[in-house]
Design a protein around this ligand. Structure first.
Ligand code: F6P
Length: 370
């Protein structure tokens, strides 16, 4: 390692939607770094603490010590704060005439990084935060990414931490909905997060014995679902559980969007209500919709997510020690390996239509509306 590569002081940040396991990554990275004699600082609210210092009279960086990260492995959320708005690559600016446009503010992050004498950054985030990390690495910052998202839609890692916790909770909710659906002989429609990928809906739907699972990767035909429900009713089935990914869409139709503010990703919502309304009309059967939404992001991480998050945090520090930059830690069972950040963020990881879980669902008689 040349003199300029010597690490004394690192920063850690958490960006995008929160996910169970963020705090476990922070703790593992801080312990591993302190054990190497490095100092650690957390950047508040994604990258904001570095490029929007005016928002932080108390300072945009927080000193991370053994004391400040002890006993946080099991806690949901992130002690550093996070944000999924104001992306510095496309930062929204409103002019006096009310018109809004977007500017790139990543140079300010690079300046803030050097002004604070930081030598490296561990960026924990999903596709958006890691895309920023990749740009920062190209601008000369030493950066290692850690993949996070309940959606599990990141390429090059078998799984992201947060996903297992979200699926476990969704499955528990579906289990609870069976008894009320059965008691009232209703159709219960359950909308789950996942953005444009159907991983949460598929895994929770199969595990929770759903009758129908609608995912973005398989556009659905409401008439086909209604016919299946009516046919099963004739054979004596009294209630139905329908899982709808928030990004599910009818064939020939669009996904359901609440709004799309400047500088932010569009907000998805309403897919479950739409399916519930149409199914009630098409079957004549009383239907209720439940949106699990942000409940999937909260709470304590499962053991599997905790362990993965701790492994990722420690591996990120080992990557820096080995002189790596512009890579993301990734799970490639049984190992954790390093992949170029570019490759991980180039495209979204969708559910393959021929994957074993889809085949299993079809063998169990679960319908996808196709
Ligand atoms: O990416 C994580 C996620 O929870 C998605 O599943 C969801 O579409 C989105 O974030 C919701 O974001 P927000 O916190 O802005 O409502």
């Amino acid at each position: 390692m040349s003199k300029k590569d010597i690490i004394r002081r690192i920063a850690i940040n958490t960006g995008g939607g929160d996910a169970p396991g963020l705090n476990a990554v922070i703790r593992a990275a801080v312990y591993a770094a302190l054990n190497r004699g490095w100092e650690c600082y957390g950047i508040r609210d994604g990258y904001n603490g570095l490029f929007l210092p005016e928002q932080y009279p108390e300072g945009g960086l927080v000193h991370l010590t053994r004391e400040s990260v002890k006993s946080i492995t099991h806690l949901g959320g992130t002690i550093l704060g996070t944000t999924n708005r104001g992306n510095p690559l496309r930062y929204p600016v409103t002019e006096k005439d009310g018109k809004t446009h977007e500017i790139d503010r990543t140079n300010e992050i690079v300046s803030g990084f050097h002004e604070n004498n930081l030598d490296a950054l561990i960026a924990i985030g999903g596709d958006g935060s890691l895309e920023i990390a990749n740009v920062l690495a190209h601008k000369g910052m030493r950066v290692v990414g850690v993949p996070k998202t309940i959606d599990n839609d990141l390429e090059k890692t078998v799984v992201t931490f947060g996903f297992d916790s979200a699926v476990s909770f969704a499955t528990e909710c579906i289990d609870r909905l069976h008894s009320t659906a059965q008691s009232h002989r209703r159709i219960m429609v359950v909308e789950v997060m996942g953005r444009y990928a159907g991983w949460i809906a598929l895994n929770a739907g199969v595990s929770g014995s759903a009758d129908v699972i609608l995912i973005p990767e398989i556009p659905y035909d409401i008439e086909k679902i209604a016919s299946m429900i009516k046919a099963k009713q004739r054979y004596g089935k009294k209630y139905f559980i329908v899982i709808v990914a928030e990004g599910a869409k009818p064939s020939g139709g669009d996904i359901s969007v609440i709004d799309h503010p400047t500088g932010r990703l569009e907000r998805l919502g309403g897919a479950g209500d739409r399916v519930a309304k149409e199914l009630e009309e098409a079957t004549g059967k009383e239907t209720r919709a439940v949106v699990l939404g942000h409940l999937l992001r909260g709470g304590t991480p499962t053991t599997s997510d905790r362990l993965l998050a701790l492994r990722f945090g420690a591996a990120a520090v080992r990557a820096l020690e080995e002189g790596r930059s512009n890579v993301m830690v990734a799970l490639d069972p049984p190992n954790v390996r390093y992949v170029p950040l570019e490759e991980a963020t180039k495209r979204m990881k969708s559910v393959p239509l021929d994957c074993d879980t889809i085949l299993t669902a079809r063998d169990l008689g679960i319908a996808f509306g196709d």
